[in-house]
Write a protein that binds this ligand. Structure first.
Ligand code: PMP
Length: 467
């Protein structure tokens, strides 16, 4: 077998270059809010494997539930027979659904597959073809999901043509409309809804439009919550034209954004709700939820997949749900969220850092801090962008470089440089979007001490980079 000291080089040789990575070394252990590398490094994890390990790494109750299920039944293939964890999971999820109409469930393995299933369902059920998505959205890497992904070109560059019939409108995020950061939410919402009306009148007739898909908190596009009035406006348009509203809570769901599902804060009823990530706390599972009245029209056999709704993942997800309820996890999210916001706002309003920090925003423990940038478009092309582009790299200029609210006086690549500095100091953290955004996704049960420690490492890193 390969000696451990050679494993890193072995990985460089044999793991596809198509995977980007923000740290070197091999992760060997994860426990609670910390991960360990083979060289002995112990890191505070404010990434949660991109919003997945919400209860921390290797939560004992979740790991035990999975281990027990491994000894009982690993795989049934749900087109052959259902298994008990599948049904127990539905039983646990029904009470936390954002709307009581959501009563028909289907489990998949990944967020992307859930998105594919939602698109298929929407097309089959409405007998219409077109899908409207948001500029800045991220929905995954498979062909349908990639077609409704508009956050970075790296995800689809070189892979066109994608799924046809996709149209997009601006997310109510000031960058998407080239407006000042101080633009009121109501104006951003009405602007985006106006674009939707224009789109339906000029490009995709309602009679051809199957669904609108949206993340209630924009994730890979910059960690921006959608104003409630925007989501309500989408619901109204969907009702008027019998278009289905697909709410993608793959990242924002399961307490991440402060409530079980962040859409519930707007009172908007999804027609199809998508979940993954926090659902299994690291075990691969996603969910597509709709209402029976709709899904009863699907033909048996039209949905499915070998591993869809795997028994071990379902058993783990049941345990995740139990832990969340038993520990009143949302209380911890709220308390730590207040601490995180106050630490980040203290940096934002610190005169010595002015005007480098443009915005602090988010919900719960899905929080983004945006630095001012010389141009909005000089971004690294890697998925998570904590890595710096090579010194010789020519900045890629998108239309955003004309953004009049960005001036040459700000340092370049602030988000990536700060994230890298945090990593050097022992904290994993990610950037997001083509803008200068660092995102905070600590475990939902992170302790007060670790929150303080994470905020401290971040503040130090910002000061060192600004200097
Ligand atoms: N939707 C959203 C909102 C996501 O954040 C992601 C993953 N970042 C996906 C879909 C795709 O999920 P997966 O990577 O599990 O395919």
């Amino acid at each position: 077998s390969t000696p451990p000291e050679d494993l890193h080089d072995f990985g460089v040789r044999h793991v596809t270059k198509g995977l980007g990575r923000i740290t070197d070394g091999i992760m060997v252990k994860g426990e609670g809010s910390y991960v360990e590398y083979d060289d002995g490094r112990r890191m505070l994890d404010f990434t949660c494997g991109i919003g997945v390990t919400n209860l921390g790494h290797a939560h004992p109750k979740v790991s035990k539930a999975a281990a027990d299920q491994c000894m009982q039944l690993v795989h049934s293939q749900c087109s052959i027979a259902l298994h008990e964890p599948y049904l127990r999971l539905i039983e646990r999820l029904i009470p936390v659904m954002p709307d009581p109409s959501l009563d028909s469930f289907f489990f998949w393995n990944s967020g992307s597959e859930a998105v594919e299933a939602a698109i298929k369902m929407a097309r089959q059920l409405t007998k219409r073809q077109n899908i409207i998505c948001m500029q800045g959205a991220y929905h995954g890497r498979t062909f349908g999901a990639m077609a409704v992904t508009k956050s970075k070109t790296i995800y689809s560059a070189g892979s066109h043509p994608l799924m046809p019939g996709v149209f997009s409108i601006p997310y109510p995020y000031w960058h998407q409309s080239n407006l000042p950061p101080s633009t009121p939410a109501s104006l951003l919402s009405s602007n985006a809804l106006y674009q939707l009306e224009l789109l339906l009148a000029q490009q995709s007739s309602p009679a051809d439009t199957a669904a609108i898909i949206i993340e209630p908190v924009l994730g890979e596009g910059g960690y921006v919550p959608a104003p409630a009035e925007f989501l309500q406006g989408l619901r109204e348009v969907c009702d008027r034209h019998h278009i289905l509203l697909i709410i993608d809570e793959v990242q924002s769901g399961f307490g991440r954004a402060g409530s079980w599902f962040s859409i519930s804060e707007s009172g908007v009823r999804p027609d199809i709700l998508l979940m993954a990530k926090g659902l299994g706390n690291g075990f691969p599972i996603s969910g597509v939820v709709s209402r029976r009245e709709l899904t009863d029209k699907l033909k048996p056999g039209s949905m499915g997949g070998t591993y869809a709704g795997n028994a071990v993942s379902c058993a783990a997800a049941v345990a995740v749900n139990e832990v969340m309820v038993e520990t009143n996890i949302l209380d911890n999210v709220q308390a730590r969220s207040i601490e995180l916001f106050s630490a980040l706002n203290a940096l934002k309003y610190d005169p010595s850092l002015n005007p480098h920090i443009l915005d602090v925003r988010g919900r719960g423990l899905m929080v983004g801090l945006e630095f001012a940038s010389p141009t909005a478009s000089e971004h690294s092309s890697t998925h998570s962008a904590a890595t710096l582009p090579p010194p010789s790299a020519t900045p890629h200029h998108s239309p955003h470089s004309a953004n009049k609210y960005h001036h040459g006086k700000h340092p370049k690549n602030m988000a990536a440089r700060v994230a890298r500095r945090c990593i050097e100091k022992g904290m994993l953290i990610l950037t997001t979007s083509v803008y200068e955004v660092v995102r905070f996704i600590p475990p939902l049960n992170v302790s007060k001490e670790d929150m303080k420690k994470g905020c401290g490492i971040f503040a130090e890193s910002v000061r060192e980079v600004v200097k």
